[in-house]
Design a protein around this ligand. Structure first.
Ligand code: ZN
Length: 607
């Protein structure tokens, strides 16, 4: 008798846990769907119910009906496929908003589109706001979507390259009183309109400013094109000095709060439209924390954020009591970020061996590595500044996330992590190796042994494979974006976008492009046929998990996000197609029908 009672009690508790308090009226019910919950205990469902922003039921159509009351909003999904909201592990939020609301010239290399794009931004911006950025001609040399098929041939003897060169005459007529200073993707060349030139004192009859070459018409009138100095092997791939920005730096005001808010709304609208319900903000100006707070209080926030200050701020974070787990459902903290090498886009990532296409360079270390000094604990050993900071932040309960692209950069971090574990002891630290882009076999193994999080952005694969082998050779490319081996090693593979990309490439917020890249290992145009190093493919189920639960885990938030489970936040996405059954080659074209955050509709394709 006693035993039976116990069994019954357990059974009842189970039911409550599975379906929520029975009969509780929900704010939102979504039924008649094909839910892929990413919850291993309950992978499929037909319906969910949400109350006060959280899920109170995940199960069958029949089961959800008891939660429908007179005030419940009911969505009939008509059989559509649903996943948890996507959690982007790596968004440069401020620059994403600026690019979406402002100027993007990455794919522009002709007069008509150059003028048209600037005209469009001119019509959107408040009077007096400078138009900056742009990065024209990024895709002129390497056409987007192609493998090893160069676009335009670049003359190797011309240090500036024979790229498209705009002039102020293309934009002066409509930009009128608004200053414009836009740049080529490599920062070697800028284009200023007449107003901007005047403000900087660049005019006919005046000598060129120090360190900047001013292109002029025969009569001495500036054309608007301004050239940074370029010389030597290193500068042919990485621009060391940006004299143009130094010249204009003080003239260009910081964006107004109103502009930042407009950019923030634009970025969140974009996220909602592609199903991103949470993101890690890795580089925005600290003022964004207050902008998030303001918009959240106004009920305008539609994506949840985890904000990462730089590692050298760990002490002020710790003094405020900020550590892993700090924050609420919308705005959270607990991690820092640092960078130790460059990027593949301009061949500045740090490798053990020289670049295949540039034998004089192995890439660069970033400033945070210096000074290298004798370790306070062991004067025999030299230690980077990064390591001194990381040891202290880790000891104070702050999560470490560090950018590493080249194999030596990744190897250095694996060595450093071993020393951190030795000094500070084993604990649940979830070290995030940011990009984990090119790794040696040994480091992939160590990543698993130390249970790191590989914070990767799978679309990089689709983009970089166009020129990866030319730059680092076939053998090193084998360790590039080695998602399958990382996954199997025991590392936690987490996905995101790296939006908005570099000055060489655009990375989109749309998670479908990342899922497509991870599952097919092809470019957007479907090359190569069988996939690039296809043995590194993930299954679509794994890829979805990497973009939801694994990023939640990577942020110590798996108890509140990442799966559709009773008690977790009601964040989910209704898709146009069933990711699990469709042809993987078409995943890149899947669209979002509806996005729900905290039980509220934040996007509907048919509205
Ligand atoms: Zn990034």
């Amino acid at each position: 008798m006693k035993t039976n009672l116990k069994v019954i009690f357990i059974a009842v508790t189970c039911c409550v846990a599975m379906s929520g308090a029975s009969g509780q009226q929900a704010d939102l019910v979504a039924r008649n769907g094909d839910f892929w919950t990413v919850d291993e205990a309950n992978p499929r469902a037909q319906a969910v119910a949400a109350l006060n922003g959280r899920l109170i039921f995940v199960g069958s159509n029949a089961g959800v009906d008891k939660h429908i009351g007179k005030d419940t909003k009911v969505i009939d999904l008509d059989g559509a496929f649903v996943t948890p909201g996507f959690y982007d592990n790596h968004v440069h939020f401020e620059s994403t908003g600026r690019l979406l609301y402002g100027l993007n010239l990455l794919d522009v290399s002709d007069e008509a589109s150059f003028a048209a794009r600037i005209r469009e931004v001119d019509s959107r911006y408040a009077a007096g706001t400078w138009i900056t950025g742009g990065d024209w001609s990024a895709y002129e040399e390497w056409a987007a979507g192609d493998v090893a098929e160069a676009g335009q041939e670049v003359n190797p003897n011309d240090q500036y390259g024979n790229f498209f060169l705009p002039s102020k005459g293309m934009i002066d007529s409509f930009t009128r009183a608004r200053p414009v200073l836009v740049r080529r993707f490599d920062r070697k060349v800028y284009l200023a309109n007449s107003v901007a030139l005047e403000l900087a004192g660049i005019r006919k009859g005046q000598p060129d400013p120090e360190g900047v070459a001013v292109e002029r018409h025969n009569d001495g009138e500036p054309t608007g094109a301004l050239f940074n100095p370029v010389s030597g092997a290193v500068e042919s791939t990485v621009l060391i000095r940006d004299n143009v920005i130094a010249l204009f730096g003080d003239l260009i005001p910081a964006p107004s709060r109103a502009q930042r808010i407009a950019e923030t709304r634009k970025a969140w609208n974009k996220m909602a439209s592609v199903g991103v319900t949470s993101y890690c903000d890795i580089t925005s100006n600290p003022v964004y924390v207050d902008i998030y707070r303001e918009l959240r209080n106004r009920g305008e926030m539609t994506a949840r954020v985890r904000y990462r200050p730089p590692l050298d701020r760990w002490e002020s974070m710790a003094n405020l009591g900020i550590r892993i787990g700090f924050g609420d459902d919308w705005i959270r903290f607990g991690a820092t970020k640092a960078w130790i090498d460059g990027i593949m886009g301009n061949s500045s990532a740090r490798f053990y061996e020289p670049y295949t296409h540039n034998p004089s360079s192995r890439g660069i270390w970033r400033d945070i590595m210096f000074p290298f000094e004798r370790s306070p604990d062991n004067p025999e050993k030299m230690q980077s500044r990064l390591e001194r900071l990381a040891l202290k932040a880790d000891a104070n309960g702050i999560q470490l996330t560090v950018h590493a692209i080249g194999d030596e950069a990744n190897g250095y971090l694996m060595d450093m992590l071993e020393r951190i574990i030795e000094k500070n002891g084993e604990k649940d630290r979830r070290f995030r190796l940011v990009h984990a882009q090119v790794m040696t076999d040994r480091d992939i193994e160590r990543a698993g042994e130390m249970h790191i999080v590989a914070e990767v952005q799978p679309f990089h694969t689709s983009d970089d494979m166009r020129w990866m082998e030319e730059r680092i050779g076939r053998d090193r490319s084998r360790g590039a974006y080695a998602f399958r081996r990382l996954w199997d090693s025991g590392a936690v593979v987490s996905f995101g976008s790296d939006s908005p990309g570099t000055n060489a490439s655009r990375y989109y917020l749309n998670p479908m492009l990342g899922l497509y890249a991870a599952v097919t290992r092809k470019t957007l145009s479907g090359q190569p046929e069988g996939g690039w190093f296809p043995q590194e493919r993930l299954t679509v189920e794994e890829a979805i998990k990497a973009y939801t639960l694994n990023t939640a885990y990577a942020s110590f938030e798996e108890g509140m996000k990442g799966t559709l489970t009773v008690g977790k936040l009601a964040d989910f996405v209704v898709l146009s197609d069933n990711l699990l059954t469709m042809n993987p080659n078409d995943i890149k074209d899947v669209t979002v029908e509806t996005t729900v955050v905290g039980g509220k509709l934040v996007y509907s394709a048919h509205r």
